[in-house]
Write a protein that binds this ligand. Structure first.
Ligand SMILES: [Zn+2]
Length: 223
């Protein structure tokens, strides 16, 4: 086994110190003259998509406007939510099976925003792989009642929204993940018409969000 070393360079590229990781941790105590800064570039949309294609070889990315099935779903969603959700074609990204369906205006969104959305959808791709289409349909639509209270749908969506918070913290920083506007947006998805009022318990969803933010704060650098 080869010993691992951490080498600290100055700005001219000269090596200053060569330390094993245990010594390095001690060497970087308070008052130490060196600081290690690692800047990880934000993931690009292309990189995110190729990573997704590697994880999900059957992935298809489709624009809703080009897809007859999506136009049919749009009508259905309007009917079952009593017109409450009319943004199916224009706002929502939808994952079914191993396909991600994009709304109008997708290209106009910021690149990092799109990366974060794709990380949320990747959780759904994983869920479809785990439960299959029939399993997902049952979990999504049946318990407890399709409209009003749907614990299956709420659990599946919460798993994906937890990833939204994680991706936001990783890509835009912890403060962005704590933004009250993001919190309100996610709360609305659960208690509002977007998913047929799937889990209308604001305080409970709020506690799920708090717990996830707490986990993120603890795993954040310096936290
Ligand atoms: Zn979702």
């Amino acid at each position: 086994m080869r010993a691992a070393f951490i080498i600290i360079y100055d700005s001219n590229g000269r090596s200053l110190r060569k330390l094993n990781p245990v010594v390095f941790r001690r060497a970087l105590g308070p008052g130490d003259a060196y600081r290690l800064e690692v800047t990880i570039p934000a993931p690009t949309l292309d990189a995110t998509l190729s990573e997704l294609r590697a994880r999900f070889p059957r992935l298809r990315v489709i624009h809703k406007r080009d897809d007859g099935f999506s136009r049919l779903l749009d009508v259905l969603v309007r009917v079952v939510t009593f017109g409450g959700n009319s943004a199916y074609m224009s706002r929502y990204v939808t994952t079914l099976g191993q396909s991600i369906y994009l709304p109008a205006g997708w290209e106009a969104r910021g690149e990092l925003e799109r990366v974060i959305v794709l990380r949320h959808e990747a959780v759904h791709l994983e869920q479809f792989r785990r439960y299959g289409k029939l399993g997902m349909a049952l979990l999504y639509l049946v318990p407890v009642c399709p409209i009003g209270l749907a614990i299956g749908r709420a659990r599946l969506e919460w798993e994906a929204y937890a990833e939204t918070f994680r991706a936001t913290a990783e890509i835009l920083g912890l403060e962005a993940a704590r933004d009250p506007a993001l919190r309100e947006h996610v709360l609305t998805q659960f208690v509002g018409p977007a998913y047929g009022y799937m889990w209308p318990f604001r305080r409970q969803v709020g506690r799920w969000i708090d717990a996830e933010l707490e986990r993120l704060a603890q795993s954040a650098p310096g936290g």
